[in-house]
Design a protein around this ligand. Structure first.
Ligand SMILES: *Cc1c(COP(=O)(O)O)cnc(C)c1O
Length: 444
C-alpha cells in the first residue's frame, strides 16, 4: 500500500518551513510558488494537481534518457536485490569492475583508469588532487597551480569554486578568502575572435610559466552554468597542443557536455582531442542516482607507483560511497541503452529541429547571441547576465505553457532529454520560442 500523495499546499507548507533550497534567498523561498512534482515519465514531469510539464532542462542536465527509463529501473531493482553496498577499500564487486572497463572502452583514447565518486563537483576535486599529487611526487613540486577559463563553472565544493570565473559566480565572491589562487585566462567577450585571443593567451602563458601549472581545466566546447557559452573546436585543439608542449595536463570537465549532449559521446571528440583527465557526472547515471567518475591516463596512474625510495604513493582521496553498487548498476545500464537505442546518433535529427526553432527565436526583437551545440540551444534576453528581469518573465511564461525551463539569469536555454520523442520536442520548442517572445518584449 502506498500512502496517499500529500496535497500541493501541504508540501509547500512543509518545504517553506524546513527546506533550505540551493541558490534561493529565504525571502524568495518563502514567498515563491514552487512547482510540486509528484511523478515523472519520459520527458514529462507531473505536478500535484496532475498538470504535466515538459522537462526542457533534463532536470539540471541529467535526465538524458528521460525519467524512469524502464531498463534503468529494472537494473536498479536487480542490483538492489543482490548487493546494496560494500566498502571500496579492500573489496570490490563485479558491477563496478565491469563499469570501469565499459567506461574506458567508450572514453577518449588513453583514459584507462577510473576513480568513482558521487557528484560532478567531487569528480573535479578528484581530478585536481590527482594532478597536484602526481607532480608533487614526480619531482616537479613547482607545478601547483591550475589554469582555468573565464566564466568557468566546475561545481560548488571549494576546489571547484576556486576554478570558477568571476562571471559564473558573482555569488561565489563571499568565499574568496577560502579559495586557492588560479591562473585565469582572459575573458572571450561575445565572439569567436575573442576566443582566438583566449587560445593565444593560454599558449603564451604555458610557454612562459608551464612549469608552474599542474593542469588546465576546461569545459570542452560549451561553458554551461557560465551562460551556455559555446566556443570553436579549434580553441580546444590549441589548448590541447599547448598543454602537450608544456608537458602539463588537460583536464576536461565533461560533467555537462558528456554523454551525447553536444552530438558526440564527449565534446572532446568533436575537437578530436583526448584529455589527460576527464570528469563525468550528470548524464553518467542519466539522473537516476548521484554518481560520478574521474578518468585518467596510464601515465598518471603509473605516477602513483612506488618511487625510487620504495615508499607507496596511494591517491589520498576517497568517499564512503565510492563505486556504489546501485549507482554502478545504473551507470552500466545507461551505457547499454546508449548502445542499444543509438542515443548519440539520435541527437543529429533532434538538433536540426532545435536549429529550426532557434532560427525563429533569432528574429524576435530583443533576442541576442543565438547559439547551439547538439541538443543545447540558448539565447540572451535583454542584456544577459544574472541580474536581469527577462529571465523570471521567461520562466513564468514557460510554466504557463506547460514547460519546465529555468534560465541562467537572462540566458534562456533548452537542453531536453536526448531521446525526447520528436513530437514532444516540437511542443517544447514551440513553447520555448513563444516564451522568448513574451519575455523579450520590453517591460511596460
Ligand atoms: C553541474 C556541473 C558541475 C557540478 O556537478 P554537481 O553534480 O552539481 O556537483 C561541474 N562541472 C560542470 C561543467 C557542471 O555543469
Amino acid at each position: 500500500m502506498t500512502a496517499p500523495t500529500p496535497s500541493r499546499a501541504e508540501t509547500v507548507a512543509l518545504a517553506r518551513r524546513h527546506l533550505w533550497p540551493p541558490y534561493t534567498s529565504p525571502e524568495r523561498h518563502e514567498q515563491h510558488d514552487p512547482l510540486v512534482i509528484v511523478s515523472a515519465e519520459g520527458p514529462w514531469l507531473v505536478d500535484a494537481d496532475g498538470r504535466r510539464y515538459l522537462d526542457g532542462i533534463s532536470s539540471w542536465w541529467t535526465s538524458t534518457l528521460g525519467h524512469r527509463h524502464p531498463r534503468l529501473l529494472a537494473a536498479l531493482a536487480d542490483q538492489a536485490a543482490r548487493l546494496d553496498h560494500v566498502a571500496a577499500g579492500g573489496a570490490t564487486h563485479p558491477t563496478v569492475a565491469a563499469l570501469a572497463a565499459e567506461l574506458c572502452a567508450v572514453a577518449p583514447a588513453g583514459l584507462e583508469r577510473v576513480h568513482f565518486s558521487d557528484d560532478g563537483s567531487t569528480a573535479v576535486e578528484v581530478a585536481l588532487k590527482i594532478a597536484f599529487q602526481y607532480w608533487q611526487q614526480q619531482g616537479r613540486p613547482a607545478r601547483r597551480r591550475f589554469l582555468a577559463l573565464a566564466s568557468a563553472y566546475h561545481g560548488d565544493t571549494l576546489g571547484a569554486v576556486s576554478l570558477a570565473g568571476a562571471e559564473a559566480g558573482g555569488f561565489f565572491t563571499v568565499f574568496a578568502p577560502l579559495l586557492f589562487e588560479v591562473v585565469r585566462a582572459p575573458a572571450a567577450g561575445e565572439d569567436d575572435a575573442g576566443w582566438d585571443r583566449v587560445a593565444t593567451a593560454i599558449e603564451e602563458r604555458l610557454a612562459r610559466d608551464g612549469d608552474t601549472i599542474a593542469g588546465v581545466v576546461v569545459e570542452p566546447l560549451v561553458q554551461g552554468a557560465g551562460g551556455m557559452r559555446t566556443y570553436p573546436a579549434e580553441v580546444l585543439r590549441r589548448i590541447r597542443a599547448a598543454t602537450r608542449a608544456a608537458d602539463t595536463f588537460l583536464i576536461a570537465d565533461e560533467v555537462f557536455t558528456g554523454y551525447g549532449r553536444t552530438g558526440a559521446m564527449w565534446a572532446c571528440e568533436l575537437a578530436g582531442v583526448a584529455p589527460d583527465l576527464l570528469c563525468t557526472a550528470k548524464g553518467f547515471t542519466a539522473g537516476l542516482l548521484p554518481m560520478a567518475a574521474t578518468l585518467a591516463t596510464a601515465r598518471i596512474y603509473d605516477g602513483f607507483r612506488a618511487g625510487p625510495d620504495g615508499a607507496p604513493r596511494a591517491l589520498m582521496h576517497g568517499h564512503t560511497f565510492c563505486g556504489h553498487p546501485l549507482g554502478a548498476a545504473v551507470a552500466r545500464e545507461v551505457l547499454a541503452i546508449y548502445r542499444d537505442e543509438r542515443i548519440v546518433d539520435g541527437v543529429a535529427a533532434r538538433a536540426a529541429q532545435l536549429a529550426g526553432a532557434l532560427y525563429h527565436a533569432a528574429a524576435v526583437p530583443g533576442v541576442r547571441r543565438v547559439r547551439q551545440l547538439g541538443l543545447i540551444g540558448a539565447v540572451d534576453l535583454g542584456d544577459g547576465g544574472y541580474g536581469g528581469a527577462a529571465g523570471p518573465r521567461f520562466t513564468d511564461a514557460a510554466r504557463r505553457r506547460g514547460l519546465f525551463l529555468r534560465p541562467l539569469g537572462d540566458t534562456a536555454y533548452v537542453c531536453p532529454p536526448l531521446n525526447i520523442p520528436p513530437a514532444d520536442l516540437a511542443t517544447l520548442l514551440d513553447g520555448f520560442v513563444d516564451a522568448i517572445e513574451e519575455a523579450a518584449a520590453p517591460a511596460r
